[in-house]
Design a protein around this ligand. Sequence first.
Ligand SMILES: Cc1ncc(COP(=O)(O)O)c(C=O)c1O
Length: 450
Amino acid sequence: MRNVLPVGKQLLRLSQQPYKKGAVCAASAMSGNKFRLPDRYNAQPSVWVEYIQLALEHKPLNLGQGFPDYPPPDYVTNGLAEVTTGENVLLNQYTRGFGHPRLVNALSKLYSQLIGREINPQSEIMVTTGAYEALFSTILGHTNPGEEVIIIEPFFDCYEAMVQAAGGVARFIPLKPKKTTGTIMSSDWVLDPAELESLFNEKTKAIILNTPHNPLGKVFNQQELEMIANLCKKWNVLCIADEVYEWLVYKPYKHIRIATLPGMWERTITIGSAGKTFSVTGWKIGWAYGPAQLMKNLQAVHQNCVYTCSTPLQEAVARGFELELKRLGQPDCYFVSLPQELEAKRDYMAKFLSDVGMVPTIPEGGYFMIADWSALEKKVNLSEENDRWKDYRFTKWMSKNVKLQGIPPSAFYSEPHKPLAENYVRYCFIKKDENLQKAEEILQKWKASS
Ligand SMILES: Cc1ncc(COP(=O)(O)O)c(C=O)c1O
């Protein structure tokens, strides 16, 4: 006889019966709207999923994703090997949920110096599964349904989805270039102060500030930070400072932590990443620090989500910090040598993109570069691709036909503002010199072809 019970009752009946072959068929009747993704999750396709697949299929030289294609420093990877095989076997077991003691102590030493106040390792720091989870715990731990979160465009794409998952409302403001010809620096991309002010109101809960910025490489200056800080104080708003590229700043620019501005410590959660700090993006260890009364909110999300992060990875990151703390600011400190090494790669990429006819924005920080490719439009057959936005068509066509992959920056804009990004592509320059040279050769060959 046909089973006419509603799905819920079928499941109840199934759960009360001993297992019988064929019972799975009844379970597969679980279909229809009841099991669709909850509305609070953004079901938009992710640019990463799509472009990783594209790279697998067409095997281009991949300058899309943000990670080094060369080994991390030896002391970091050897440190992890020692941790997992050393005498203290307990380092392979669970550790404290809000952060492995040795790591929170090292982070406390470091950031107490940098922020200019004593940061309590137990109550004012939390270790997370990458900066990604720090963002998630901060946003979910503070946003009530209907509250507004201001996001500066272009933005790291998960910000919008996380605000939506919390039931919040994302309000967007784009950075816009003051000029579009000649040498363009990322400092030429600015916020309109009046437009920013107009977004603040009684419903504003937080603003997300990413400095140094992905993908522009902008390092927000003192004046820009003061403008943001003053609005946060005026409207009693939380500042979520995503500072994962804090050590990747090129001369003569300086990274200023917004938490150091007057009246900002008490309303700022600052986020960092071991992946970016030690060039080990696969380790997925991050952290957040801020005043204890705000950190409690993150802890509540974290303890009911991942609860605790990998012990050996935290121990190895702690040892890395202990070493760097001894040589902080000195030429052999990794936080000094890495940006120096990257500056040369940045300049090399800027030159070969310019030589081929693109207009790069020279980043002051981070390891991404965006470039305006519109002068080359006649060399690309955009009609071979179907995407709505031109930067998607350009990057796909380039991956398939020229064999060089970049990322379409419109992925980092809200729907109404995506046209602002259509003429741009994002490339990553934390790559082996030989791969950057290959990218140059590929583009030169393409330029010379008819
Ligand atoms: C701006 C920004 N925030 C956060 C993250 C996430 O960092 P993690 O890999 O530590 O989760 C990234 C990674 O690319 C990023 O670019």
